[in-house]
Design a protein around this ligand. Structure first.
Ligand SMILES: Nc1ncnc2c1ncn2[C@@H]1O[C@H](COP(=O)(O)OP(=O)(O)OP(=O)(O)O)[C@@H](O)[C@H]1O
Ligand SMILES: [Mg+2]
Length: 463
């Protein structure tokens, strides 16, 4: 055979492999690689996860336990939708009709400060009312002292389970004398430790109710300590508890108040008339000097300050003890209603404080135009309704009727203009000497706003 000649076909050792075997091999290989990557990633996560304390770990275990019981809990408490529309359906494998389907609301649970937070999706017939009614049973089942329910957004409820009450301890503070920032008034701290700030802009009025000794006046003191350092704020106080305002709870703050009145309805009437005249003359002043009738377009200034009127024990001015006083009381109610209804756009904010929030103490016409309501402890649900409106009946677990007792002094239920529902707030406590110090320090800022804006001729109430 000559060189280069072919030796014939080379014997082939290729064994034909069925296609499925190679696919399966590839799949196995890919799965193995994915498994190794997954294990590596988990190991990496384990090593790089932030270290959590034993307390936090046990809190997470508890939340997982509560979450695992939710389907069972929801069904036992009747928080379910029985879907009857399935009744007439038949499965493809049989002729028997299907039974109704029982659906429970889907929920996601998270650990939160002092307990847990759960977001629960509503179902037809299972909404805020139904879940709020079961809040007490849920608290028992989860081992919480309280479960609060609120509407987070349409179709979603937010449940707060509290293991301990973050508001049960007093909170003494010492005012630092810094003026308000951005016209946000500090009210207190809520269940989750967040600061509750009240935007003063465009606020018409605030009502504060509560049985004696629950912290209503102390809260006014705290507010005055925040307002006093601002030169664009002027304060008037009507204290229905004492004949001479200098002797009462606001006596130490008198230096920072441009007007004050005691429990005499006639004296109060004169003060209210003066305030009302100042308020009425504001519109013309605002138009002439700012080109608008809306005070808050430019906000408070030294020449056109925010006027805060505190009416403590406001029922004194509205309820007549004698026949002779009736006319004056009617006139007082007229002025107070005007301040509440017309004050917002003219830079007046009226705070009505009373032990007795019933229609005879504070007319509902006044309560309903005040955007913010605070109720410290009250004895009856009717008192809570009078203070906060009828909606509070839907939130019995946080009603102010639960705030009776020494440990709840300074804790209030609040209706806020910017959030739905009600919120419990622990208000700080400022001692009288500390407040007096602030008032004295800024007494030079006190000016009568009536002397700044020219008065126009205005007509008072028909007597
Ligand atoms: N935020 C608070 N934290 C702790 N204790 C408070 C707080 N506020 C008030 N107190 C305590 O409660 C007492 C009564 O407070 P305050 O005078 O504010 O009650 P009130 O509701 O105005 O009562 P009244 O209706 O009789 O005027 C205070 O002297 C103080 O000891
Ligand atoms: Mg008081």
């Amino acid at each position: 055979m000559s060189p280069g000649a072919s030796a014939g076909p080379t014997p082939s050792f290729h064994v034909p492999v069925p296609a499925w075997v190679s696919v399966a091999t590839w799949l196995c290989l890919i799965s193995l690689v994915a498994l190794l990557i997954g294990m590596g990633y988990r190991r990496w996560r384990r090593n790089h996860r932030p270290k959590i304390s034993e307390a936090e770990a046990s809190m997470r275990r508890w939340v997982a336990w509560v979450a695992s019981r939710w389907p069972w809990e929801a069904q036992n408490l009747g928080l379910v939708l029985v879907d009857e529309t399935t009744r007439h359906r038949r499965p493809w494998w049989s002729n028997h009709v299907l039974p109704p389907v029982v659906c429970y609301p889907r929920a996601t649970f998270y650990p939160a400060a002092n307990g847990l937070r759960a977001y629960v999706q509503t179902l037809p017939g299972v909404g805020l009312d139904q879940v709020a009614k079961m809040a007490g049973h849920l608290a028992n089942a989860w081992g919480c002292i309280r479960v609060e329910v609120r509407q987070d957004r349409p179709g979603l409820l937010c449940l707060r389970g509290l293991l301990k009450d973050p508001l049960a301890a007093p909170w003494p503070v010492r005012p630092d004398g810094r003026p308000l920032a951005d016209w946000l008034l500090h009210v207190g701290v809520d269940d989750e430790g967040d600061m509750v700030l009240l935007p003063l802009a465009n606020l018409s009025g605030v009502t504060v109710a509560g049985v004696p000794g629950t912290g209503k006046t102390s809260l006014q003191r705290w507010w005055l300590c925040q307002l006093a350092p601002h030169p664009a704020v002027q304060i008037a106080v009507l204290d229905g508890k004492v004949s001479d305002p200098a002797d009462g709870d606001y006596g130490d703050l008198a230096g920072r108040c441009f007007a004050a009145a005691g429990d005499d309805p006639i004296q109060a009437n004169q003060t209210l008339q003066r305030l009302w005249e100042t308020m009425r003359s504001r519109s013309a002043w605002l138009r002439a000097n700012r080109g608008t009738s809306q005070f808050w377009d430019a906000g408070p200034s030294d020449d056109c300050p925010l006027v805060v009127v505190i009416v403590d024990e406001s029922h004194t001015y509205a309820t007549a003890a004698t026949k002779a006083q009736r006319e004056v009381c009617e006139s007082n109610i007229w002025y107070l209603t005007k301040l509440a209804k017309e004050g917002r756009s003219r830079g007046f904010l009226t705070v009505f404080v009373t032990q007795k929030q019933t229609a005879d103490a504070i007319p509902t016409a006044i309560r309903d135009v005040c955007q913010v309501g605070l109720a410290f402890g009250v004895r009856t649900m009717d008192g809570a309704v009078a203070a906060l409106g009828d909606d509070i009946r839907q939130y019995p677990e946080i009603a102010p009727t639960e705030l009776i007792g020494r440990q709840w002094t300074g804790v209030a239920v609040m209706r806020r203009p910017d959030c739905a529902g009600f919120h419990r707030v622990r208000t700080p406590y400022v001692s009288e000497p500390d407040a007096a110090l602030i008032a004295g320090q800024y007494a030079a800022f006190t000016r009568d706003p009536g002397s700044m804006a020219p008065l126009l001729s205005v007509e008072g109430p028909v007597r």
